[in-house]
Write a protein that binds this ligand. Structure first.
Ligand code: BTN
Length: 319
């Protein structure tokens, strides 16, 4: 199916005969694959008698060489899938069978994209970025402290490099534009964090998505903000560079070196918030983060810090 898509991706007309010859299959087999592309990947294909088949809009697919071409330095090895359950799940599987880290898993689409707190991450074909970077962490919990906040910062810098304005962060690691979510980040860990473990930094960026009724929160995309298509291969290259830079700083100095910078981009700094932890809610005022990346709240006049993957912040109605 990917072969056929590669032939069609230029957005021009291709006759059934030419497609069949290029794929080594009959015209009726081409027809079946076209139907499959439409139903499975939700693509629109124009069929015009005498001219052939044409994708409604040209597609730029993820491509390792194109990514390397955009990169200024060295890239991490990358595994690209047309469809995968979840790039995070695949990253964990590869780490478990001994794939040497660091490496990146990308997919054109996820059938079971994972979000924070057990939520589903909507992952339509070839529109967005589904990116998982797998790292090996050798005996040092400190290397994990605040790491997910650093990833948020690196994503924010990447979006700014593409010309997005009004990008900010929401603790722990949502990236928002004008209050609308543009990126979600999910860290997953396997192994013993006090000894050797692998961490998967899962990043979902809304890139060229323009409409989607399945997303159950306020969202935006790079294309919506910039008014133009974004090359996802270039995005992978720039994101890789930003992650390399910020993670090197994090390894060397720890999260404390990011504290001020992170707070300067925190959209809810000084606002009245509720911290949700399962069925418990704690009301307070967001003071910032501590040197380990925990959220600092003023709770009835007392400063308290909270951390943990299952926590999330809401703005209070009266804030
Ligand atoms: C969130 O809920 O905000 C986090 C969403 C994280 C989504 C990304 S997409 C790439 C990677 N693979 C997954 O299954 N999830 C993360």
């Amino acid at each position: 199916m990917l072969k056929l898509l590669n032939l069609l991706k230029d957005g021009r007309f291709h006759s059934g005969e030419a497609l069949g010859a290029a794929l080594g299959v009959s015209r009726s087999a081409v027809w079946k694959q076209l139907q499959h592309l439409e139903s499975e990947l939700n693509l629109t294909i124009h069929k015009v008698r005498g001219r052939g088949y044409q994708l409604a809009a040209p597609l730029v697919l993820l491509d390792e060489q194109a990514i390397a071409g955009f990169a200024e330095g060295e890239c991490w090895p990358v595994f690209i899938h047309e469809t995968i359950d979840s790039t995070n799940a695949e990253g964990l599987r590869l780490a478990a069978v001994g794939q040497s880290a660091p490496f990146v898993v990308l997919a054109e689409r996820q059938s079971a994209g994972r979000g924070r707190r057990g939520r589903h991450w909507v992952s339509p074909f070839a529109e967005n970025l589904y990116y998982s970077l797998v790292l090996r962490i050798d005996g040092g919990m400190r290397q994990l402290e605040g790491l997910s906040l650093v990833v948020g910062l690196a994503v924010m810098r990447t979006l700014q490099a593409f010309g997005l304005e009004k990008v900010g962060l929401k603790w722990p690691n949502d990236v928002l534009v004008d209050g609308k979510k543009i990126t979600g980040i999910l860290l997953e860990l396997v192994g013993d964090p006090a000894d050797v473990c692998h961490v998967v930094l899962g990043i979902g960026i809304n890139v060229n998505m323009q409409v989607n009724d399945l997303v159950d929160q306020q969202w935006t995309s790079m294309r919506r903000e910039l008014g133009q298509l974004v090359d996802r291969n270039r995005l992978v290259a720039v994101l890789g560079e930003q992650l390399q830079r910020e993670m090197a700083r994090h390894r060397r100095y720890g999260f404390a070196a990011f504290q001020e910078e992170w707070e300067a981009s925190h959209l809810w700094q000084g606002r009245k918030v509720s911290l949700i932890a399962g069925t418990t809610t704690i009301d307070g005022i967001a003071l910032g983060v501590d040197g380990q990346g925990a959220i600092r709240l003023d709770v009835d006049g007392v400063e308290k810090s909270f951390s943990g993957g299952e926590l999330s912040l809401r703005l209070r109605d009266d804030s």
